[in-house]
Design a protein around this ligand. Structure first.
Ligand code: P6P
Length: 354
């Protein structure tokens, strides 16, 4: 029986042959391949997964729970209204991660300042930057939302002192792990440790993430483009010209298909599987998002590592590689053009060379 892989390759397989590998088994096997792996990293991932299962459970039944939908009276560091599920997810991830003993410091979209490891708990050699629930404005409408995470090794791995900003403010190219959980028609965890991209789907009956998308590769080109065209009037002429180009039917050209959910995890995940390009440019004619909306540390950089590891690309509207950007602030924003290699390269043709 011939079956297709994500990248469209035909492989011999039959349902009986597909061995169900759990994320825990995968992490252990991956760890065995890394001679210096101490098991700390594997334990850290298991704490992340534990919190993801808790959040996924609440997201799945949010409509049935009193007091979990809707917004709070609070706003987060971004000045955005905090949804109740935002706060729930933030608590779930932070409470599990800050006491796991493998982190020296945490950064969360929901907290202005870094989150230190509580007194009495071991300080580890990794840092985590996380967007606990991205796309939360979609929660009440049952649209897919997600969690995005980025893991670095601290600058001095031997130190047992509390972590600092500098341990978090590292280039995306230095991430040792990055990924996302998408709470969609199923709950999937997609991650990379720098050796390709792997997807796991939660089997609710087992409470386990099972390997479902080994070696994920994004198609080199794709017909989908994702952008909030309501902002088009604010974009630079170059970006506007690119968007006009991909929508043009001149000379019988086939326009691209517009697909925009407004949830970064959902838009990037769909384009990762089907091919295409996602754009969040900056506003050049308003003060709303002069540097772009998406946050570098816990949105753009982890997604950029996933994209590159899957054979795609991730750049800014100036054509800079996102993974080469040097962060200077925890919540700094960036523009993001991410997706299939050929599509991002096509975009770059519209950007003036320095
Ligand atoms: P807009 C969600 O708030 C988010 O941070 C990303 O998940 C998403 O891609 C983007 O903002 C959507 O922004 O301005 O199009 O609503």
């Amino acid at each position: 029986m011939k079956r297709k892989t994500i990248s469209g390759q035909l492989v011999n397989a039959s349902p009986k042959q597909k061995q169900l590998i759990s994320l825990s088994q995968f992490i252990i096997e991956e760890q065995l391949k890394i001679p210096y792996a101490s098991g700390e990293f594997s334990a850290l991932l298991n704490h992340l997964v534990y919190a993801a299962k808790i959040v996924g459970r609440e997201v799945r039944k949010a409509g049935l729970l009193d007091g979990i939908l809707g917004s709070t009276e609070d706003t987060n560091v971004q000045g955005e209204t905090q949804m109740k599920l935002d706060q729930y997810a933030d608590n779930a991830f932070n409470n599990s991660l800050k006491i796991c003993g493998h982190l020296c410091v945490l950064a969360s979209e929901e907290h202005e300042e870094v989150i230190q490891i509580p007194e009495g708990y071991a300080i580890g050699k990794y840092t985590m930057a996380i967007d606990p629930l991205d796309g939360s404005s979609n929660i009440d409408t049952n649209v897919s939302i997600g969690t995005i995470f980025s893991i670095h090794q601290r600058l001095d791995p031997g130190s047992k002192a509390p972590g600092e900003h500098k341990d978090l403010l590292q280039k995306g190219s230095k991430q040792i792990c990055a990924g996302y959980i998408i709470y969609g028609s199923s709950t999937m965890l997609v991650l990379t440790t720098g050796k390709g991209v792997t997807g796991f789907t939660l089997d609710p009956s087992l409470g386990e993430f099972l390997l479902s998308h080994p070696s994920m590769k994004t198609p080199e080109k794709g017909d989908i483009y994702s952008a909030n065209e309501g902002n088009a009037g604010y974009w630079s002429p170059e970006v506007q010209n690119y968007i006009s180009h991909i929508k043009s039917i001149e000379g019988g050209k086939k326009p691209k298909t517009g697909r925009y959910i407004g949830s970064l995890v959902a838009d990037v995940h769909r384009n990762l599987l089907k091919g295409g390009i996602f754009l969040y440019p900056n506003d050049t004619k308003s003060s709303k998002y002069p540097n772009g909306k998406l946050r570098l540390l816990y949105e753009a950089a982890p997604m950029a590592l996933i994209a590159e590891q899957a054979g795609g690309m991730a750049v800014t509207v100036k054509g800079e590689r996102v993974l080469d950007l040097q962060p200077t602030e925890l919540h700094e924003r960036t523009t993001l053009i991410i997706g299939s290699k050929n599509e991002v390269e096509e975009f770059l043709k519209f950007i003036p060379k320095k």
